[in-house]
Design a protein around this ligand. Structure first.
Ligand code: AMP
Ligand code: ZN
Length: 113
């Protein structure tokens, strides 16, 4: 996707502070952190949002969740953390490439705003 900022991060066209990377996914520090630890986790494949996933993405999404658990451990979030995937306009999604926010390092409130 030519105009997708997260595709450009995945291809290193736009630099980011990478926390984890493998052949199919990447995790990097959010540029506008909402918590002491705020990492954005993306598949390298362009998928617009959670609403666009299908059965063929099952392995990819399972892999991403397993890696998130390890990333949380590596970032020392042993007291807890939150995974968020904003989906669509009302969900608060601003970048149209599916991603998971990994937030931690402070007490997170519920419900979200
Ligand atoms: P969302 O609003 O759920 O679509 O999340 C998009 C997230 O991407 C926001 O938290 C932004 O701060 C973050 N973001 C946007 N551009 C960059 C960038 N170049 N590097 C790191 N994070 C970014
Ligand atoms: Zn993309």
């Amino acid at each position: 996707m030519a105009d997708c900022i997260f595709c450009k991060i995945a291809s290193k066209e736009i630099p980011s502070k990478v926390v984890y990377e493998d052949d199919c996914m990447m995790a990097f520090h959010d540029i506008e952190p909402q918590a002491p630890t705020h990492v954005v986790v993306i598949p390298k494949e362009h998928i617009a949002s959670l609403d666009e996933i299908s059965k063929e993405h099952k392995n990819l999404l399972g892999h991403i969740l397993l890696c998130i658990k390890d990333i949380a451990k590596a970032l020392d979030l042993k007291e807890g953390y939150r995974i968020v995937s904003n989906c669509g306009a009302l969900g608060g999604q601003t970048v149209g490439h599916i991603h998971f926010h990994l937030l931690g390092g402070r007490q997170l409130q519920w419900p979200p705003g």
